[in-house]
Design a protein around this ligand. Structure first.
Ligand SMILES: Nc1nc2c(ncn2[C@@H]2O[C@H](COP(=O)(O)OP(=O)(O)OP(=O)(O)O)[C@@H](O)[C@H]2O)c(=O)[nH]1
Ligand SMILES: [Mg+2]
Length: 217
């Protein structure tokens, strides 16, 4: 009985992954925008796994290594997509160890964190080679005209990698969705709160649309 179930399940996965709806989804964006919080939210919702990615904090560059969780499945209104989820270290154009000292780290810890964060940025960009769809995570409480968002958008456009612009932290009063939309007039902005699970369904709708367009490279 158990063997039969295993064969059935294997067949299910093979069938699922042999079509073009399985893809690698990378979450990219500035440090502290909420990438790991969203990755955890997706794992909780879609796999019922708690705190899959542990490195969340208010101090920037908390994630300094790529994190991967395989085989997440969205199944909504008769439509399905499956994807491997990749949480990436925050991208920054400048990493200053003194900022970490101000957050309470010792000089030694701060310098080590800055070194690791720099490696993390390089790793994130290298990993784009393996990514089929990107979520660009924007902190909706911050000025969107920062180099990182524009650089990521430009990079993805040049590489022809499809992306979804997600404005996070809409639960906060200081969030300004209209400002984010003005900064990227060509694109639809999906406003969410990863922390308080607001409009995650809206993000799933976008992923279902993307999944149909994606061809694994
Ligand atoms: N209010 C609010 N806070 C959030 C939300 N999402 C994340 N945060 C907070 O923002 C901070 C940064 O979250 P992370 O998930 O670690 O951000 P990150 O983008 O992974 O950061 P790095 O790994 O440093 O690049 C944490 O204090 C989170 O609790 C949200 O939707 N609303
Ligand atoms: Mg992180």
């Amino acid at each position: 009985m158990i063997k039969k179930l295993k064969v059935l399940l294997n067949g299910f996965w093979t069938g699922l992954f042999n079509n073009n709806k399985h893809f690698r989804l990378g979450i990219y964006g500035a440090p502290n925008s909420g990438k790991t919080t969203l990755a955890n939210r997706l794992c909780k919702d879609l796999l019922n796994v708690d705190n899959e990615f542990t490195d969340i904090s208010g101090v920037a560059h908390e994630t300094r290594k790529i994190g991967i969780k395989e085989r997440l499945l969205i199944n909504k209104n008769g439509k399905q997509v499956s994807f491997d989820l990749i949480d990436t270290p925050g991208i920054a154009t400048r990493i200053d160890y003194e900022v970490f000292v101000k957050s309470g780290l010792s000089q030694k810890e701060a310098k080590q964190r800055a070194r690791e964060a720099t490696k993390g940025v390089i790793e994130s960009i290298k990993w784009l080679e393996n990514i089929d769809v990107v979520i660009i995570m924007i902190d909706a409480t911050k000025n969107p005209y920062n180099q990182v968002n524009l650089t990521i958008v430009g990079n993805l456009e040049a590489r022809n990698i499809p992306f979804i612009l997600v404005a996070n932290k809409i639960d906060l009063k200081s969030s300004k969705l209209d400002k984010i939309q003005q900064a990227f007039p060509k694109y639809k902005i999906v406003g969410i709160s990863a922390k308080f699970s607001q409009n995650i369904a809206g993000l799933y709708d976008e992923l279902l649309v993307m999944g149909r367009r994606v061809k694994r490279r």
